[in-house]
Write a protein that binds this ligand. Structure first.
Ligand code: 5AD
Ligand code: SF4
Length: 426
């Protein structure tokens, strides 16, 4: 039986898809990239925002016509959305045959054999011990180190659909990294909803970062995502300052610059505390790039609160910010808040945020002009076969003249121009 899989949402889902490919391949199924050739279509979904859910439903409604000419074709909904509303979606007869919730993936082959509809009693202890995901990247790999989240930020569905935090054993992470490096993926990002909560036996997150650098000498670069500001310890700041294979970049979601909003978001830090962490990071690692997530139009956000976020953006000057319009998620604490903002206001604030960040990002990228950077070349550039493209240590896309021989290598280059997303180098 051949299967085709599409992934929505965050990098965690991309990594989960690699795990699902490993599970299905072991059970004798064959992964194909051509949807026309597949007997099973899987959709690994995201529930963080409503828009992500709508996109998947749109995709499934576009593909269900295939059942007319191939009645045995099965459509499987996986992941957060299956966990959240899979049962209901199957009842609604949208063409979905199976719904498999988060961390039920090991049971997927059995489900397909038994012709059963839903598998949603998720095992919150599952950490897929001894399973080696099939990484699909060519030069970069994403390795999960912990699953779940205990934080219950008031807007967020993740703790409800992904369960409690649990860490992956060191031996499994090591093996995963070693196999990635052997297959030439030398830029590895460690993944988790809250990586700095990693804890396996006596091993803390900063200790894990040190140990992996020692134990995998062939690795070029190590990164991690995502960190919660409240758990960003001085130990971690120090390890970041040590450099080595650990890259000068941290993704540190701020969400809002207003203390009133931060309290109602249940983020457990004030803006001042967040700023203190930013300063500590910059003191330890002068050129560290800091990226963030921001939410526009959270319930009860006044113009003053919103302006506090804009002024925090100006003060900190993030290298990049993922800006999101607040999306009500059924079952979360914030969805019950009475002071939801009108859609137009959320949207106009989002646009203001994006425009401001664009300016800041452009300035940040322009400030690199004249500097020498290290680029890990990953591919030809989209525009020309005479140019190659890759990333700097601080997670900026760089393009430079080059050829095939540079792909997969580290090159030194000088930045000669910049846009708000790309460094032009020579
Ligand atoms: N609405 C808008 N953005 C959200 N995020 C999480 N939940 C919501 C929501 N309900 C954003 C946060 C988080 C990122 C992954 O998605 O900024 O950091
Ligand atoms: Fe969601 Fe907050 Fe957990 Fe991130 S830390 S996954 S925003 S609850």
């Amino acid at each position: 039986m051949k299967y085709y899989i599409e992934t929505y949402g965050c990098q965690m889902n991309v990594a989960d898809t690699e795990l699902i490919i490993c599970i299905l391949n072991d059970a004798g199924y064959k992964y194909v990239q051509d949807i026309d050739a597949a007997d099973i279509l899987l959709f690994n979904t995201c529930s963080v925002r409503e828009h992500a859910e709508q996109r998947v439903l749109g995709r499934i409604s576009n593909e269900r016509h295939r059942k007319k000419s191939k009645p045995e074709l099965k459509i499987v909904l996986l992941g957060c959305m299956a966990q959240r509303i899979g049962e209901r979606l199957i009842r609604e007869d949208l063409g979905i045959d199976y719904a498999v919730g988060v961390d039920q993936y090991k049971a997927l082959p059995r489900l397909l054999e038994q012709n059963q509809g839903c598998l949603l009693d998720f095992d919150t202890n599952e950490n897929y011990q001894h399973l080696l995901p099939v990484h699909q990247g060519e030069h970069c790999a994403f390795v999960t180190i912990m699953r779940g989240c205990n934080n219950y930020c008031s807007y967020c569905i993740v703790p409800y659909v992904r369960g409690r935090e649990r860490s992956r054993p060191y031996e499994d992470i090591l093996q995963d990294l070693q196999s990635a490096v052997k297959r030439n993926m030398k830029d590895v990002t460690l993944l988790g909803q809250n990586v700095n909560s990693y804890h396996w036996k006596d091993l803390s997150f900063p200790a894990l970062l040190k140990r992996l650098q020692e134990d995998v000498p062939e690795l070029y670069r190590l990164r991690f995502v995502t960190s919660h500001p409240k758990d960003l310890s001085d130990d971690l700041v120090q390890v970041m300052g040590d450099g080595g294979k650990l890259c000068e970049h941290i993704h540190l979601p701020m969400q809002s610059g207003s203390n009133a909003s931060l309290i109602r978001m249940n983020r457990s830090y004030t803006y001042e505390q967040y700023l203190n962490r930013v300063k500590a990071l910059r003191a330890a690692s002068k050129d560290i790039a800091i990226t963030t997530d921001l939410i526009a139009g959270f319930p009860g956000e006044t113009q003053e609160h919103f302006e506090a976020t804009l002024s925090a953006m100006r003060e900190i000057e993030f290298d990049y910010a993922f800006c999101f319009k607040y999306s009500e998620r059924e079952g979360t604490a914030a969805a019950k808040y009475q002071d939801q903002l009108p859609e137009e206001l959320r949207l106009s604030r989002l646009q203001t945020m994006i425009e401001l960040q664009r300016e800041i990002t452009l300035n940040k990228f322009r400030a690199q002009i004249g500097k020498e950077v290290e680029v890990y070349v990953e591919s030809f550039s989209k525009k020309s076969m005479r140019q190659v493209s890759g990333k700097t240590r601080d997670f900026k896309i760089a393009v430079l003249d080059g050829d095939r021989s540079q792909i997969g290598t580290l090159v030194r280059a000088k930045v000669i121009a910049a846009t708000a997303g790309t460094l032009i180098c020579e």
